[in-house]
Design a protein around this ligand. Structure first.
Ligand SMILES: [Fe+2]
Length: 320
């Protein structure tokens, strides 16, 4: 059995003036194809990327002008406090996804976990995920509230999610998505983007160098250019635009201080795994010199497999 995530809450009419968001989108163009850990081996000149564009608006070293609109949204913060029964919600990240013409779903996944003292800056992603699925680091895990806001209603573009855990059937938020947000637990709850229209020409692929920008001729259209050629053009309203928000959550000041005081070193991580290996009677040692060794990674991951959510739809990133 897998843990049941915190139940999310759907908000409607999140912004009084969605035009403010459109201006924020325009000011922060261009948008480039999603890279990241799903596809670290993308060739720069091969049209291997679907039209799934992304841009960061807020992270630890960045806060673009106007992003406070999302970062400090009072209703989203209050809802996160309510969802988690927590006093302290510290927003830290905002990023945007813009998609068109994805014939299949995105990958069903949980978002990458963080722990006191351990995150992407000092720990490989496979290890963070294995720490999460092992259940051995629940005390040091940083609870992350998430919100996903959708700008418009497009052809398809459902949000599929597993609020009752990966072993129960998913639910779907689809149609009537414009200006709604789902506030909850994307780190514990599996979720997946459904296919996104238009569906008349399959999944259109671009190179990792492609750029999505507003055309800027007053038409409200946005275009994808790739290696000097325009590959796609449509009104912004026809792209699936979603904005993601994340915050650290602590029950109160005292628990924040207590949790922050137990930062994990990499040696702590190795020691905790070693104790668990011994308990399981395994002849394996968590060897810090083998963190890049695929044989070792595979061995450790096999002990703590990730859940596979029931009824997940095939992904654009699945092997053909
Ligand atoms: Fe996600």
């Amino acid at each position: 059995m897998h843990p049941i995530p915190v139940p999310p809450i759907l908000l409607r009419d999140v912004f009084d003036d969605v035009g403010e968001v459109v201006r924020l989108l325009e000011r922060n163009a261009p948008y480039t194809p999603l890279g990241g850990w799903y596809r670290p081996d993308a060739e720069m000149d091969t049209p291997s990327s679907p039209m799934w564009f992304q841009n960061d608006w807020v992270h630890s070293d960045l806060q673009v002008e106007g992003s406070e609109l999302f970062l400090h949204h009072p209703r989203v913060i209050e809802t996160a406090q309510q969802v988690y029964g927590a006093e302290i919600v510290k927003p830290h990240s905002v990023y945007v996804n813009v998609m068109a013409a994805l014939e299949r779903s995105g990958p069903a996944h949980t978002d990458n976990p963080r722990f006191q003292g351990r995150d992407r800056s000092n720990t490989p992603m496979w290890l963070l995920r294995t720490m999460f699925w092992s259940g051995l680091f629940e005390r040091e895990g940083i609870v992350q509230a998430t919100s996903i806001w959708w700008m418009n209603d497009v052809e398809g573009g459902a949000f599929r999610y597993w609020p009752d855990g990966p072993d129960a059937p998913p639910r779907e938020h689809v149609g009537d998505m414009a200006n709604t947000a789902l506030v909850g637990d994307n780190h514990g709850m599996f979720h997946q983007v459904g296919p996104v229209g238009p569906f008349d020409q399959g999944t259109r692929m671009v190179t990792p160098r492609a750029e999505l920008v507003p055309v800027g001729d007053g038409s409200g259209e946005w275009a994808v250019s790739d290696c000097g050629e325009e590959r796609y053009r449509a009104p912004l309203a026809n792209y699936r635009v979603s904005v993601l928000w994340k915050a650290d959550v602590y029950r109160d000041e005292a628990s924040m201080r207590a949790e922050q005081a137990c930062a994990l070193s990499i040696d702590d991580v190795a020691a905790i795994f070693d104790r668990d290996f011994a308990k399981r009677g395994l002849d394996l040692r968590f060897d810090l010199d083998r963190m890049d060794d695929f044989g070792f990674i595979g061995e450790v991951q096999a002990i703590y497999p990730e859940a596979i959510p029931r009824d997940k739809a095939p992904s654009i990133y699945d092997a053909a």
